[in-house]
Design a protein around this ligand. Structure first.
Ligand SMILES: [Zn+2]
Length: 320
């Protein structure tokens, strides 16, 4: 059970702040899925992680629209939206190569997948292009209630990726609801936490709240293993099952659908990143830069042993 990503964030105040994406210029109600799959990209520099990430982000319209934010737009965000736009509008490869020149310095975080990982590159992009990526950050309110005096402390985090760890000991398969349960249903009944109100070490109950339109999930498929002084990585290919719509996420009554997924296939020594996207006709398409073209494929989530990142959006009646 890991809570660092949420509890590790700065406590903001005693009152929850539920200002969400609704206040930003982009509205989920205006979000149309792509009408056709985008530009096919070919692997040349062992950069499938780069191509898979760009394709994954191409489902989100603000990433391919020209920037009209009030703050000054520097070169990085501009090249980024140009690259995504080139994919969506099936233009030429120049903007994609231009962006790659800027990210050459990014060598990955710890190359836990044996190469740069899509989730690490997503995090990197979000630090370079903060205003755009704030649109897809997941604002989560964590409520910790003292079981003695009932005082509730609130913490608010703005994570890019909602990280889901695979329950240890999972042998055959796991559903996405089991993943959510494992990652969010902890209580601290062992009196390990000191209450900020009654100042005693008391049992605490943990719960979550959010109003997110968009959630990016990362299924943590790679874990660290120490062998003496050496750190090695191990990949978990456990099949994960999920529907592509009607997904329940802890902390809200809203339901979510999957619109894109990134997959890592193979081993840590010789692995490959690919992306699947749903387009407006509800067909799923696969972008694999080792293949000559984009092709119609099975939706993710069917005993899915390769899925790592999911792009979820809240379901709405105005979908087209
Ligand atoms: Zn208390």
């Amino acid at each position: 059970m890991t809570l660092e990503s949420t509890l590790g964030d700065v406590p903001v105040s005693d009152t929850p702040n539920n200002q969400g994406l609704g206040q930003k210029s982009f509205s989920i109600l205006n979000w149309n899925l792509l009408t056709s799959p985008g530009l096919s990209l070919r692997n040349e520099k062992n950069n499938c992680w780069y191509h898979a990430t760009l394709h994954f982000l191409s489902v989100f319209p603000p990433f391919s629209e020209s920037l009209n934010y009030n703050e000054q737009v520097s070169e990085f965000p501009r090249r980024f939206t140009d690259a995504i736009s080139a994919i969506v509008r099936k233009q030429n490869l120049t903007p994609i190569n231009h962006l790659f020149e800027l990210i050459k310095d990014f060598q990955g975080v710890n190359n836990r997948y044996g190469q740069i990982a899509v989730p690490d590159f997503l995090e990197y992009l979000s630090t370079q292009i903060t205003s755009l990526f704030d649109l897809v950050r997941f604002q989560l309110t964590t409520k910790l209630q003292c079981l003695k005096c009932k005082w509730i402390s609130y913490r608010i985090s703005h994570d890019l990726l909602f990280k889901l760890y695979i329950p240890p000991g999972s042998k055959t398969k796991c559903s996405i609801s089991q993943l959510f349960d494992y990652n969010t249903s902890a209580d601290f009944l062992d009196q390990s936490i000191s209450c900020g109100k009654c100042c005693q070490r008391t049992g605490h109950q943990l719960s979550y709240e959010h109003q997110s339109d968009i959630i990016m999930l990362e299924i943590i498929r790679v874990s660290e293993k120490k062998r003496g002084n050496r750190i090695t990585w191990r990949k978990n290919m456990l099949p994960i099952s999920f529907p592509t719509s009607g997904i329940s996420v802890p902390g809200t009554d809203r339901k979510y659908q999957v619109v894109a997924s990134c997959h890592h296939r193979g081993t840590l020594r010789s692995g490959h990143w690919i992306t699947k996207l749903m387009i407006a006709d509800r067909n799923w398409h696969e972008f694999d830069d080792l293949r000559s073209d984009i092709f119609v494929t099975q939706a993710p989530g069917v005993n899915d042993s390769s899925v790592v990142v999911l792009f979820l959006r809240a379901e709405s009646t105005s979908l087209r």
